[in-house]
Design a protein around this ligand. Sequence first.
Ligand SMILES: [Ca+2]
Length: 602
Amino acid sequence: MIRGTIRGAANIASAVSLKCFVSGENLEAPDTAGIRACCRENARECRRRSVREVAGVGRALMPAGANRHFAGLMHTGIHPDASRTALSVCGECQLATGRVVPRHTASGVPWPEFAQWKKGLNMRLFCLLVVLLLPGLLAAAESRPNIVMVFIDDMGWGDFSCFGNTDAKTPNIDRLAAEGLRFSQFYVNSPICSPSRCALTTGQYPQRWKITSFLNNRADNERRGVAQWLDPSAPSLARILKQHGYATGHFGKWHLGGQRDVDDAPPITNYGFDASLTNFEGMGPKLLPLTLKPGDTEPGKIWSDAVRLGGPVTWMQRSQITGGFVDAALPFMKQAAEDNKPFYINLWPDDVHSPFWPPVDKWADGKRGLYLSVLEEMDRQFGKLFDHIGSTPALRDNTLVLICSDNGPEPGAGSAGPFRGAKAQLYEGGIRSPLVVWGPGLIARDSVGKENALSVFAAFDLPPSILGVAGIARPADVTFDGEDLSATLLGREAASHRAPLFWRRPPDRKTAGPMGGVILPDLAVRDGNWKLLCNYDGSEPQLYDLAADPAESSNIAAEHGEVVRTLTAAVVDWNHSMPADNGPALGEVNVPARRGRRPTPN
Ligand SMILES: [Ca+2]
């Protein structure tokens, strides 16, 4: 495995110590064998770091922008003694990974020396630096991490067993959580399907694109003041990644255009995907569900009208449909490997959304029983995908898998855990989602298996964060509402989304509960531990301290007037800054006699 020599190692070993930036270990008086052993041990980390280091070459020329991981790079080009050693040691990693990875380096060369060197930079050294970096630059695209984004439909915060569910088991998800990270203060940007998907796709508030409730038939979309489909000119994470060499595939529910009678929406591939396979709520090739319950002799069909939305159409048991998407994603991943491309994959299963059709031999009683059986079956079918990634070294060491839900649970089916509310509501149960992030070659070792209960962020942060993980700069013509929290995702820090997080309810969901007896707030904002909900005009504020009252059980607005005034003004201003939908008019129509009643917990 080891090729070449560590030139000058003995000479440098006597002059300086070496420090591994992965383990932090100081290798006093290191010898060749020790350096090689450290490199081999940390080769997986090298693959991760190479992306950022190579991608940041421009910053490497500027001390103010350089980080410690560039130190090796600096030494490689500038220090008359240490340079060759640093390069050679990193060359060990290069041999193991096929890339230049300037990670292990000589310590003890202070920055002033670098500044002094920079003053005297001449063209010869500059050319040398370019020559040294060029292979890494060329290899950067090849070494970018693969991304798998699993987005589950209508699953509650408390439905994974690693998030406290004791009524069902999700061992495949749990295994990823044990080897990765759990985030317990993660949100989606809407309590309902389409806008939540819009935010994850664009990195922006979905209101910007008038996707503020689930996309329905043409007339109902107009009634509610929502778009018929996501404007293809909207930013798209997949498109950005594709422009940087990624193979991009969408497998699963789409629901951002192409459903019911809206049969002229753009195909999914217009949003930056090389390939797609969807369900009844998307254009193009699709899996449509057959149904079978105990006692049936012939399978039934549901959503058969969706054949008008393009094909080819493959009919398969709804109880197996997550496996169908997995079976399409696997050859796509293998083809990407053959093409020497990293991949970005959406796996967006919809089988835990009602109606619930578990396998006949796993039938259960009642709505929740059926839901839990489908949940366990979905987890089982994930196993094939996770096992493939985990057992393929090149994938295991360089793939990030993210798993969350698109909105809170349907009442009576999933569980929001300790939180109030459900799907379509701005209480925590409607918008807080479990998030599991797995990537043994990417996540900080000391964070593995832990829960991050501090970082508050949302799905629209994932596009800029995934670009950050991949070392890809935000395109100049794209402005995200989300923020780059890649270091948080990888367990290196616990930063939160810095700005307040805002939500607007779906225009058609002013009430909830039996007979619409519960009147819901229109807007919500989270800022620090404060959560405020109110009407469009700022009236009827509800204020909760989520650190003390995560269940939003005690409205303390009357005790914190200044906080209420500040947050109310912020969320009302934010709402006015976004395109309107027909929520205000529909709300008045729906509940004219109930205005003024205080919402009640449900
Ligand atoms: Ca949903």
